[in-house]
Design a protein around this ligand. Structure first.
Ligand code: ADP
Ligand code: 5GP
Length: 209
């Protein structure tokens, strides 16, 4: 069976990556959102095991020591991580997985040489980013200020990514994200060479892959 692909989506907090990733997995078949571990408190409406696995710091650090995480980072004063086993299990089953992780986590995955598509989501402006964080009503003024301060630093990393999407109109951004996923699926490195070979009687097709 063909393995699934990994899509990494990073953006400053409030740019809309959670909204975009949720809409994408609802609209495109065979792609799921990776569920991260975090020590952050659950926000109103968030569900353990759906939005995040909410754990305390002791459990988190034990999992770090046991090598259970593919990447982990401290973001805005909380710890976040991606489970190695859960991610590769899904990839092995042929499912594409989208990881909504910060720039430090993306850098760790890049450094490990893992085959993934890196996407950076920008807000239309810093003013709109602030408005979105305020209208989300999930963070205190202090937390919002800290996230805005960090945004400029995070945006400075955009050149490390393969694709940049500006989330102005949600529908347009969603369409663009979907196009990146679909183009990855159609890429020569991901097509089903066995099927082509058998169907068209080509002995050597795809042999270099
Ligand atoms: P992130 O996951 O990047 O922190 P969210 O997905 O939580 O951001 O989005 C932040 C807020 O902005 C939410 O209230 C969301 O509904 C809103 N939002 C997201 N995308 C758009 C958009 N294109 N236009 C207007 N509001 C948006
Ligand atoms: P939030 O607390 O708003 O849900 O997320 C805060 C930040 O943590 C976002 O930038 C988000 O992408 C990042 N994040 C979420 N899960 C992970 C993860 O598993 N690893 C890393 N490195 N960052 C994560």
């Amino acid at each position: 069976m063909k393995k699934g692909s990994i899509f990494i989506v990073s953006a400053p907090s409030g740019a809309g990556k959670t909204t975009l990733c949720r809409r994408l997995t609802g609209a495109v078949p065979r792609i799921v959102h990776s569920i991260s571990y975090t020590t952050r408190q659950a926000r109103e409406g968030e569900v353990d095991g759906r939005d995040y696995f909410f754990v305390d710091e002791d459990r988190f650090m034990r999992m770090v020591a046991d090598g259970e995480f593919l990447e982990w980072a401290e973001v805005h004063g909380n710890l976040y991580a991606t489970s190695r086993a859960k991610l590769f299990e899904m990839i092995q089953c042929g499912t594409d997985v989208i990881l909504d992780i910060d720039i430090q986590g993306a850098a760790q995955i890049r450094q490990k040489g893992i085959d993934a598509t890196f996407i950076f989501v920008l807000p239309p402006s810093l003013e709109i980013l602030e408005k979105r964080l305020i209208s989300r009503k999930t963070d205190s003024e202090k937390v919002i200020l800290r996230r805005l301060k960090k945004a400029r630093e995070e945006i400075g990393d955009y050149m490390q990514y393969d694709y940049v999407i500006v989330n102005d109109s949600l529908d347009v951004a969603l369409n663009e994200l979907g196009s990146v996923v679909l183009s990855r699926r159609l890429h020569i490195s991901h097509v089903d060479h066995e099927w082509i070979k058998e169907t068209f009687g080509l002995e050597a097709a795809g042999s270099k892959f």
